[in-house]
Design a protein around this ligand. Sequence first.
Ligand code: HEC
Ligand code: HEC
Length: 469
Amino acid sequence: METSIKITLKNQVLLGLLALSVSGCSDGDSSFAYSQRTQSLIKEAQNGSEGGPGVKQTLDTRFGNPQQLKAWMKLPVEWGGSAASVESFAASDTEARIKFVAQEGVTLPAVASSVQFVTGEGAGQSIALTAWDEKTGEAVLAGVPDKTPVSGDLCVIDGGSTLKSGRVLYMRHCSHCHGAAGDGNGPTAQYMIPKPRDYRHGVFKFTSTNDQSKVSRNDLLRVLKYGIPGTYMPSFLLMKEDELHAIVEYVRFLSMRGEYERRLVNELASDYSETAVSDRLASEKASDIVEELQSFLKDEFPATAETLGDDLAEIWTSADTEDAKILPTVARVEDSAESRQRGRELYLSKTLNCADCHGIDGAGNGPQTVAFEKNPVTNELYPEAGLHDVWDNPNQPRNLQRGIFRGGRRPIDLFCRIHAGIKGSRMPSFKNTPHEDIWHIVNYLLSLQFESDPGTIAAKSVAPSETGE
Ligand code: HEC
Ligand code: HEC
């Protein structure tokens, strides 16, 4: 089976999208599942009309489906492939031979199965290779191209190879938990608490980036290497580095696809969800609503869809920059009885009030765990007491006495957890807390596991009125 992939070329200014053929993908579904929110729109908003595409087509044009992946050049995903140019070309009736030279800074791949022409007469053509010599750059094409390539034509060899191998590995190792579309709802997911991450929000919990930033590639790599202790998320430490790299890129691809879908739906949901339309029907005619939608899809939606892609590209790109990283301004405060004591006081203080969620002795049983909270979207109370995350899953504060930290137990991991919070969860960011104070809390947290009576320091040093209750 052939999968057409579009790829971005780093060092060249190229127009439009590139379609590259790679082979593979025999497993998996024939389409990515659409979100429930997409399906809650009226049919015309989902499927579009003659006026213009709706959510589904807009999404599919840019991301394809599991059998037919597409790469949207502007997104910061490493699609894979080597940029090269044609040095010479010679064809007989039966055979076409071609010689490539790699672009500066690029190495030719050891194995190559296809070439996509990017510029010249044959731009857009994608041809399989039947023989390949990485040392000389010589190849035999599987067919004689319609348009003859000439010296200098730009092309991509084995484009999309990283994304494609990421997909194969993901389907094998991750999809039974995280789902083929990354919706966190694979066949084994129903038996798990916490649930496997639904990537489609583009939100990841354990990051070394500040509270407003996305997850970095390194953060994802770390989660893959070490797993998430105390949950079903396993470690893939034994996987090869380039395989891990490919999976990370595929997870990013699925995350961006899901987030893009959410953003597209946001543009339409307030006026064109089933519920919105049934409300509007009290005072408006159905045909007027559909007509209005059609002109919106024709006149505004395409431009909006481009802009949303630009925004997405920007925020995901910046997550990998130095600016996004949490950098403590003071070195770790050495662990000592005084430092733990100070940490304990801060933990109980009215300003930070960790105990409100985690409890006076850190057992994860603060007052918030028994209160009923409202679903911020529907504004209705959740059926069960306690906190919930953005995926609407119950999300109770950690029992800090166990010494199991999902985002890692290095002091810097805990520093990041307090500084940025746990994204998507109710664990807030304490980025305005002085860094020295954060270190004191870290020392306190790391000591809790060994306290025989974690409540004692509190009883001695902090009056109950100061705990914020
Ligand atoms: C046995 C089920 C299972 C398998 C297999 C699995 N995961 Fe997970 N994964 C989970 C669970 C459960 C969580 C959520 C843990 C939590 O919320 O603390 C998770 C969370 C994650 C996260 C979120 C990290 C964060 O900071 O939010 C990523 C990324 C991830 N998994 C990637 C993968 C990838 C990639 C694979 C395959 C190589 C994989 N997982 C395989 C169960 C699984
Ligand atoms: C509004 C409730 C709330 C407050 C206030 C709160 N937390 Fe949390 N905290 C949570 C929740 C919920 C989780 C679990 C999130 C998850 O893993 O999905 C959590 C998790 C944690 C973890 C676990 C990190 C890991 O890697 O597993 C630590 C450590 C932590 N909180 C420390 C603190 C400290 C220190 C404070 C005060 C400075 C604090 N929390 C304040 C709700 C809260």
